[in-house]
Design a protein around this ligand. Structure first.
Ligand code: 13P
Ligand code: ZN
Length: 270
């Protein structure tokens, strides 16, 4: 077996969590990531027949039975992942009954997966139906995106259209838009179901007064979506209180999307 700490999976997640921490998106234990892995990616690094311990989950994830995930631990700090991957990360497989996780690596010191794992798993189920190549769910607390939920309508369409108008590339990067879940208690199955209900139609969901979820086929895709929303929200927060003298006309957003072969959410630009 090759050392797992040298696998691209672990080095990539260490780089990503360190980068997100430095961007200020993951204060203290804020934020979590889960990444759907193929057996083939792990076969050289891990004996997949050895379960370290079973971890109960309190909803039915049978749809994902047998699927493998790398996931960040609850209460763990993104800034510390690189110096202690085994203590901050775990690799788990959803058990055949859909009610337990089999821990295959990591989560040393009896660590558990992120408290947002119900939302992560429900998001994975929803995105896999929309895109069979989907792999990553990423959650974090970027300040401008959160700030915007205090001062702007949190209707999905209103919120998305404002972001699209903030930076030319937004409609090209996320033509599928952004869903917004009004404030709810986090860490619950209920917020997971509300998030999955929106994320089935778009790769991004904002949690009002809390943070954002980005999804994608790669870590970079999920990260890039969040990065673009956060930059647009930053511009909105810089100009929201100022007189607006110029802006991108909505009809030109359509022309922009056409030029870059992006398909905006049906009817949202009408
Ligand atoms: P965890 O430490 O359980 O991952 O929670 C962090 C967080 O961002 C909660 O929404
Ligand atoms: Zn959070």
């Amino acid at each position: 077996m090759k050392p797992i700490l040298e696998s691209p999976i672990i080095t990539d997640i260490c780089d990503m969590t360190a980068n997100m921490y430095r961007l200020g998106w993951d204060e203290r234990n804020g934020g979590n990531i889960s990444w759907l892995l193929d057996e083939g990616e792990l076969a050289d690094y891990l004996d997949l027949s050895k379960t370290i311990r079973n971890i109960p989950i309190d909803f039915d994830a049978a749809e994902l039975a047998g699927r493998l995930f790398l996931v960040t631990g609850t209460g763990k700090y993104f800034k510390n992942v690189t110096k202690d991957p085994e203590g901050n990360l775990g690799i788990v497989r959803v058990a055949p009954n859909g009610r337990e996780l089999e821990l295959l690596w990591g989560f040393e010191g009896n660590t558990l997966p992120t408290s947002e794992f119900p939302t992560h798993l429900m998001n994975h189920m929803a995105r896999l139906k929309a895109d069979p190549e989907h792999k990553v769910v990423m959650h974090c607390h970027p300040a401008n995106t959160i700030a915007m939920t205090f001062v702007h309508s949190i209707d999905d369409r209103d919120f998305t259209c404002t972001l699209w108008q903030m930076i030319t590339e937004c409609i090209v990067v996320f033509p599928d838009g952004v869903g917004v879940v009004p404030w709810m208690v986090s860490g619950t199955n209920d917020i997971g179901a509300a998030t999955a209900d929106k994320i089935k139609d778009c790769r991004l969901v904002v949690w009002a007064h809390h943070g954002i979820f980005g999804t994608g086929r790669t870590l970079d895709e999920a990260f890039g979506l969040i990065e673009t929303v956060e930059k647009a929200a930053e511009i909105y927060m810089k100009i929201a209180h100022l007189e607006r003298k110029n802006e991108i006309p909505k009809d030109q957003l359509k022309a922009l999307a056409d030029t870059f072969h992006a398909v905006p959410r049906e009817g949202w630009l009408d």
